[in-house]
Design a protein around this ligand. Structure first.
Ligand code: NAD
Length: 509
């Protein structure tokens, strides 16, 4: 079967695959083309076919797991400092390829070039950060009450499976690969079937910079076939999933059946709370960035805007005025602020939730009325007011540029509305009252919270969800606990050890 690659995309992949050919998986340093059903990916900006390729399938998943197992042994022979040096070289190589990577991401995922440039730089930062940790995260000596020396070793899990979504492909790949390999693991990465290209390019770049083949393997294909096959591989010892709640539940169940530990980074419906005493101009800019950045295709999007009654109408108007000025257009144009929705299915989902919101009584202040535009998967920045927290638009994850403005009167009410959600990924409060800011931060049930700010994240700071937004943590030192297991080693040091039946007796002075 022949497969299609748009000439613009062919050119964008040239820096990484000069030999062109059919898109396949990256297994043990080689391209391996699957024989599964065709995956067809449309250009988000036009809705036209951009590329197609065969799903990797079970055989390729098995080969990749075997390659990762071999790669992990090789990588395990490096000293910790040696792993750090290789990762520093990978970071430099990413920066050297930053522009072609950003172009490839923008073209294939429909993300504005100004965003992808920033995200590629962040991927380099992730490798630098975890390069530094490689020889600094280690075991301990425990002062046990016996004649033993007791120490702990932080050992890699082995082969880890990482399954990622389409909204920030290279960012998410770097976010999970860097901590995993800094601790000596090998990776089996299954990016979204819609956005495999920059993850594949990252593996190519990393190997050219000195990462041994087999340490990072990338599977190009569907979740229900290739992803499930990867999950069944005996070599896989940990699963890290970033994606939606329904798929997270499937992955969590499959992992539990195998008794595999998992990290689940799932969706959100974050509350962005604005009190009347806030700097409203700044808060309005923050509220726009919170929901319209990335066309709302961000897990931490501030999709529920909770505004105190006294300033509700004024503040919603400010946000709507700002929304009208946002430059929405061609992802590859330097002044584009928001691009299209990534794919047709998600586009339909966003539009249908806008229609549902209107049908339930929400007022569309500005933006889309829930009908499709003529070309591509664009949705205009949309503000809905007079929303109650019971409406579908306030309960379901939209994952698009649509904000639901909800009114509240008191601090207690704001906190209650914020916590009345199945999710718990992020949230924010805007106020000039310092004590209130900290009270609210302490009481909203979410893994990340901002005060007079929104959406700042950094590789050094932990990230993850409460409730159905998932469990486990990524980023910061917390990620290193996820990517290691601890071994306790006991060494007898007494000249004449006290030997007892069963456990050796402890000492007490
Ligand atoms: P998704 O759950 O549909 O898919 C995510 C990944 O899972 C893809 O690689 C997909 O191929 C794979 N998959 C699908 N079905 C599978 C199966 N049966 N077995 C194994 N793998 C399977 O999510 P999406 O639509 O790609 O991404 C959007 C979602 O991701 C949103 O809910 C968003 O909030 C979430 N997200 C969360 C975070 C976070 O850090 N919490 C970050 C980004 C995105």
């Amino acid at each position: 079967m022949t497969h299609f690659i748009d000439p613009r995309l062919r050119e964008a992949t040239q820096p990484f695959w000069p030999d062109a050919g059919i898109i396949g998986s990256h297994v043990g340093g080689e391209r391996v083309v699957g024989d599964g059903a065709t995956v067809s990916v449309n250009d988000p900006a036009t809705g036209q076919l951009l590329f197609s390729y065969p799903d990797a399938g079970a055989d390729v998943a098995a080969k990749a797991a075997a390659a990762a197992a071999v790669g992990q042994v090789t990588w395990g022979r490096f000293t910790a400092a040696g792993r750090g040096r290789v990762m520093q070289a990978v970071a430099r190589a990413i920066l050297a390829s930053a522009e072609p990577l950003a172009q490839l991401e923008s073209l294939s995922a429909g993300k504005p070039i100004r965003d992808t440039r920033g995200e590629v730089a962040k991927v380099a930062e992730m490798f630098e950060y975890y390069a530094g940790w490689a020889d600094k995260f280690h075991g301990d000596v425990i002062p046990v009450p016996s004649s033993h020396l007791n120490y702990t070793r932080r050992e890699p899990m082995g082969v880890v499976l990482q399954i990622t979504p389409w909204n920030a492909p290279i960012f998410t790949a770097g976010w999970q690969i860097a901590p995993a390999i800094s601790m000596g693991n090998a990776v089996l990465l299954k990016p979204s079937e819609l956005t495999p290209l920059t993850s594949l390019a990252l593996a190519v770049i990393a190997e050219a910079a000195g990462l041994p083949k087999g340490v990072v393997n990338v599977l190009a294909g569907y979740g229900h076939t290739t992803g499930q096959a990867a999950l069944a591989q005996p070599a896989v010892k940990k699963v890290v999933f970033v994606g939606s709640v329904p798929t997270g539940r499937l992955i969590g169940e499959a992992a539990a059946r195998r008794l595999l530990p998992s990290v689940l980074e799932l969706g959100g419906k974050s509350a962005n709370i604005v009190f009347a005493d806030a700097d409203l101009e700044r808060a309005a800019i923050g509220a726009q960035a919170a929901i319209f950045g990335g066309a709302g295709q961000s897990c931490v999007a501030g999709s529920r805007l909770l505004v105190q009654s006294a300033v509700y109408d004024r503040f919603v108007d400010l946000v709507a005025q700002g929304a009208a000025k946002i430059k929405c257009g061609d992802p590859l144009s330097a002044d584009t602020e928001i691009g299209p929705i990534n794919n047709a299915r998600q586009h339909d989902h966003v539009l249908s939730l806008i229609r549902e919101g209107a049908a339930e009584g929400a007022e569309i202040v500005i933006g889309s009325d829930g009908t499709a535009q003529q070309q591509g998967y664009y949705v205009k920045p949309t503000v809905l007011k007079n929303v109650t927290n019971a409406m579908a638009i306030a309960r379901k994850e939209v994952f698009g540029p649509v904000v639901a403005a909800i009114r509240f009167d008191t601090e207690e009410e704001a906190i209650a509305i914020a916590n009345d959600s199945e999710f718990g990924l992020a949230g924010a409060v805007w106020t000039s009252d310092v004590a209130r800011a900290h009270r609210v931060a302490a009481q909203v049930k979410a893994g990340t919270f901002w005060i007079n700010s929104y959406k700042t994240i950094n590789v050094a700071s932990p990230f993850g969800g409460y409730n159905n937004s998932g469990h486990g943590r990524s980023s910061g030192v917390e990620a290193l606990y996820e990517y290691t297991q601890v071994k306790s080693v006991w060494v007898e040091t007494a000249a004449e050890p006290a030997i007892a039946f069963g456990y050796a007796p402890g000492l007490r002075d």
